[in-house]
Design a protein around this ligand. Structure first.
Ligand code: ADP
Ligand code: MG
Length: 483
C-alpha cells in the first residue's frame, strides 16, 4: 500500500491532522511548533487510526518524550477519545548518495503510549520526503576531526600514574568499538593529561584508518552547537552529523552537568553510536559517581565500559616527562636542573611544562645557561605571579630569618642544635604546607633521605607538645603562610 490514496481519503487525513495542529499550535511556542510539528506529514487515516510520518527515529522519540500529552489532547479533539496514532519513520533511500539511512537503523523499537511505530515502509522510496533538516552527504561535510597532531602515544610518558588509562586508550585506538571499553571514560584532575591521551587515541585511529570519521569535541563546544542548532532550526542536521561519527571523543563531560536538554540529546547520540558499534571516548575531571547534575540514565551509560583514572605523576614520571620535553625542544639541560624541577613541582604536568617553557624563555632572553639557580629564580618568579607564596624555598627563607641562621648551614651537615632545630622545623613546615613527598623534601635539605625527614617531623611534633617556645615559633611561621 502506498500513500497515494484516493483524493477523498487523503483529504480526510489532512483535515484530521489540521485539526490536531490547531490544538498543538495553541499550546506551544512558534519555534517548537515549527521545529517539531511542521515537518510532520499526515500519512493515512484508517478508521480512528491516524498515521503520521516523521523524519527520523530521533524525531519520534523526541515527540514521545516531550509532546505525548499534547498529541493525546489533539487526537481527542480531532478524532475522539478512541483516536489512535501511529508513527511512520521516513527513510529516504531514493537518494543514492546516502549510503546509510541517517537514523533509525539498529535502533530498538519503542512502544508508545499513544500509538506505535511503523517501520515497515522503510524501503518505500516513493514517499515524498519533506524533511526540512536537509541531510548533507558525508563527502561534502567538512570532516575536520579537531585533533592536534602533537598529542600522540609516543610522547605520552607512561608511569604508574597513568598505566591503566594509557593501556585502555591504546586498546581502544587499536580496536575501536570492539573492546569492552566502550565507552572509555578517562578521568583525573587538571593538567594530568586527559586531553593529551584522548587526542592520542584519535590521532592513532585516524592515521590507521583514514576512512573512519574521528571527531574530537569539548563538551562546551557540543553544548553551544546544540543551542545553535535549536536556534537555527537545524537540530536534525546536528544529530545526523554526530550520528555519522565512527569515533566520538568528548572532552570534559563535567560541563554537561545541569544542562538537561544537551544531555538528552547526547544520550540519544550516545545510544545510537553505541548500538552501531561505534567507539565513544570521554573525559571528566572527576569519577562518574561524583558528577552532579548529570542524569542517572546517562551516568549508568558511562559505566557500561571502562573507567580509568589519571593520577598525579610520581617523581620518576616527572623526570621522564621533563626529559622528553627537553629532548623534543632539541636542547640539553643538566640532570641536576631536571631533578630540581621534578622535586619542586608536583602538582600536575601542565604546571611542569609551564615552568619549563618559562625557564627556556628566561635562558634565551638573558643568554644564560640553564642551571639550578636560573630554575630557582624562574620558579620563584612564577610563583609570585600566581600569588601562591608557599614554596620550599620561601619556607626555608622564613625559617632562616626567624632563627637567624644561614641557608647553606640549614642545608649543610652541621649537627649543632641551633642549626638542627631550625632545619627540622623547616622540614616540618614543608610537610605541613606543601604536597611534596618526603623524598623531595629531603632533596631540598642537602639531599637527606626520607627517614631523616620522618625523624625531623616526629621530633617537631613531640616538641610542639612539650615546649611552648617551639610551638609558639612553629605556629607563628605556619600563620605567615596560612593567611
Ligand atoms: P588535562 O586535559 O587533563 O587538563 P592535558 O592533556 O591538557 O591535561 O595535559 C596538560 C599538558 O601536559 C599537555 O601539554 C600534555 O601534553 C602534557 N602531559 C600530560 N600528561 C603527560 C604525559 N604522561 N606525558 C607527556 N606529556 C603529558
Ligand atoms: Mg583537558
Amino acid at each position: 500500500m502506498t500513500i497515494l490514496e484516493t483524493p477523498k481519503v487523503q483529504r480526510d487525513v489532512d483535515v484530521v491532522w489540521q485539526n490536531c495542529l490547531k490544538v498543538i499550535r495553541d499550546s506551544i511556542s512558534e519555534q517548537s511548533y515549527k521545529t517539531w510539528f511542521e515537518p510532520i506529514i499526515p500519512g493515512k487515516l484508517e478508521g480512528k487510526k491516524l498515521t503520521i510520518q516523521v523524519p527520523s527515529q530521533f524525531f519520534y522519540e523526541w515527540l514521545e518524550e516531550n509532546y505525548v500529552h499534547l498529541l493525546r489532547k489533539s487526537l481527542d479533539y480531532a478524532i475522539g477519545r478512541d483516536g489512535m496514532l501511529e508513527y511512520s519513520i521516513i527513510v529516504d533511500s531514493g537518494d543514492q548518495k546516502k549510503k546509510e539511512p541517517p537514523i533509525a537503523i539498529n535502533m530498538p523499537q519503542h512502544s508508545s503510549p499513544v500509538g506505535r511505530v511503523d517501520n515497515n515502509n522503510h524501503n518505500n522510496n516513493q514517499e515524498q520526503v519533506r524533511n526540512p533538516f536537509e541531510m548533507k552527504d558525508l563527502d561534502s561535510l567538512n570532516l575536520d576531526s579537531y585533533l592536534n597532531p602533537n598529542y600522540t602515544f609516543d610522547n605520552f610518558v607512561e608511569g604508574d600514574c597513568n598505566r591503566l588509562a594509557r593501556a585502555a586508550g591504546f586498546a581502544v585506538a587499536s580496536k575501536p568499538g570492539v573492546t569492552s571499553f566502550n565507552p572509555l571514560m578517562i578521568y583525573g584532575g587538571v593538567g594530568l593529561g586527559k586531553t593529551h591521551l584522548v587526542q592520542a587515541i584519535g590521532n592513532f585511529m585516524k592515521n590507521r584508518a583514514a576512512n573512519k570519521f574521528v571527531l574530537y569535541v569539548s563538551s562546551e563546544k557540543f553544548t553551544s552547537q546544540f543551542i545553535n542548532a535549536i536556534r537555527n532550526n537545524s537540530l536534525q542536521d546536528f544529530m545526523n552529523f554526530y550520528m555519522q561519527v565512527d569515533i566520538l571523543i568528548i572532552d570534559d563531560v563535567q560541563f554537561l552537568s545541569g544542562k538537561e536538554k544537551t544531555q538528552e540529546t547526547f544520550f540519544h547520540i550516545f545510544n545510537h553510536l553505541h548500538q552501531s558499534g561505534k567507539q565513544i571516548v570521554m573525559t571528566s575531571d572527576r569519577p562518574p559517581r561524583e558528577l552532579e547534575g548529570v542524569e542517572d540514565r546517562l551516568l549508568s551509560r558511562f559505566k557500561w565500559g571502562l573507567t580509568a583514572d589519571l593520577q598525579t605523576p610520581d617523581f620518576e614520571t616527572r623526570i621522564a616527562i621533563i626529559q622528553k620535553k627537553v629532548h623534543a625542544e632539541g636542547i640539553s639541560i643538566a640532570y641536576e636542573v631536571i631533578e630540581y624541577l621534578a622535586h619542586s613541582i608536583d602538582t600536575n604536568v601542565r604546571e611542569l611544562e609551564g615552568v619549563m617553557i618559562s625557564l627556556l624563555a628566561q635562558a634565551s632572553l638573558t643568554r644564560r645557561d640553564i642551571d639550578v639557580e636560573l630554575a630557582k629564580s624562574t620558579l620563584r618568579h612564577l610563583i609570585k605571579d600566581s600569588e601562591k607564596e608557599v614554596t620550599i624555598d620561601t619556607i626555608i627563607e622564613s625559617v632562616t630569618e626567624h632563627f637567624k641562621v644561614r641557608i647553606p648551614d640549614l642545608k649543610g651537615k652541621s649537627r649543632l642544635r641551633e642549626i638542627v632545630l631550625p632545619r627540622q622545623i623547616a622540614m616540618y613546615l614543608a610537610k605541613e604546607l606543601t604536597n611534596l613527598s618526603l623524598k623531595s623534601i629531603g632533596y631540598h635539605f642537602g639531599g637527606r633521605d626520607h627517614s631523616t625527614v620522618i625523624h625531623a617531623i616526629q621530633t617537631v611534633n613531640d616538641l610542639m607538645d612539650t615546649d611552648k617556645d617551639i610551638s609558639g615559633a612553629v605556629n607563628k611561621l605556619l600563620k605567615v603562610f596560612r593567611k
